[in-house]
Design a protein around this ligand. Structure first.
Ligand code: DGL
Length: 302
């Protein structure tokens, strides 16, 4: 039996007006939302940051699967027409479970993550076949990037480096002090040694220190982040389902969509950090409590 999800959110009327749901472990996914807002200015967005449980980078895959399902459910309840997992750790741990969950519902909502768009760009960019990965321990341990890159080109070698403290340091805003530079230099050392020519920024926070990474890795190294390629994928997925808001010249009004925020922790600190990560003004922010997903009743449970 298929489970029914209750759609009671804003934009319930015209399907294309429903928001694109974007979620992350906290404010880091705002670097991804930034690219989505630039590429798809006419769309409405609803962003959910699990700030109360940040960071995700050293949590178990089982735990992240549970958190990701809770967040997906909250966004679907509020009418999301497509889900973007803007967190590398959550994508790595939970994308298959999220997609299974979507199959169990009658909604047919697409779920897109950040790993595949980065793997695609990295494989296309490398000339030597040596690709570096900087990511949190959970993302590295999942093997998600090895799998994605290997499926595209089995002759490419991935050199992963797990960075336990980097996201936290960037979030605190100390990205230019000596300790921060030392941590980044340490993370880059094995990649320089492996002579990679392309490096995947496998964590939402790393685009904020792009220039420092470029300097430490060398000017020839290509740095890959998810935002732009993911935004194109979102555009195609919506277009394929007839869910894209029409633009000027396509019968649309040409106006800008709205973007709103939900977080599980304190609203004040979300606003404070969020502006730096989004690089655009934040609008409305609401605090939410997340609950566990109700599993569909099994037909054979009687
Ligand atoms: N969004 C997380 C990621 O990309 C940031 C780091 C964390 O939560 O530990 O993996």
């Amino acid at each position: 039996m298929r489970a029914r999800l209750d759609i009671a959110g804003p934009g319930r009327g015209e399907p294309s007006r429903r928001p694109i749901g974007v979620f992350d472990s906290g404010v880091g996914g705002l670097t991804v939302l930034h690219d989505l807002l630039v590429r798809l200015p006419e769309e409405n967005f609803l962003y959910l940051g699990d700030t109360a449980r940040f960071p995700y980078g050293e949590r178990s895959a089982t735990e992240l699967e549970r958190f990701a399902l809770q967040m997906a459910e909250e966004l679907l309840r509020r009418g999301a027409k497509l889900l973007v997992v803007a967190c590398n750790a959550a994508t790595s741990a939970a994308l298959p479970a999220l997609r299974r969950r979507m199959m169990e519902t009658t909604l047919g909502v697409d779920v897109l993550g950040v790993v595949r768009p980065e793997a695609l760009q990295a494989v296309a960019a490398t000339r030597t076949g040596r690709i570096g990965l900087l990511a949190t321990p959970t993302t590295v341990a999942s093997g998600s990037y090895e799998e994605a890159v290997g499926a595209l080109d089995p002759h490419v070698t991935l050199h992963p480096v797990a960075c336990a403290t980097l996201a936290g340091i960037i979030q605190e805003g100390r990205q230019f002090d000596e300790q921060a530079v030392g941590t980044v230099r340490e993370a880059c050392a094995p990649l320089r040694e492996a002579r990679v020519d392309t490096v995947i920024l496998g964590c939402t926070h790393y685009p904020l220190i792009r220039l420092m990474l470029q300097r430490l890795l060398g000017p020839e190294v290509r740095l890959i982040s998810a935002g732009g390629a993911l935004a194109r994928q979102v555009e195609h997925a919506l277009g394929g389902r007839g869910l894209r808001v029409a633009r000027e010249g396509e019968g649309g009004g040409g106006g800008e969509g709205e973007y709103r925020f939900l977080c599980t922790g304190e609203v004040e600190s979300f606003c404070e950090l969020g502006t730096r990560f989004l690089q655009m003004p934040l609008g409305e922010v609401e605090r939410v409590e997340l609950v566990d997903v109700r599993r569909p009743a099994r037909e054979d449970a009687l």
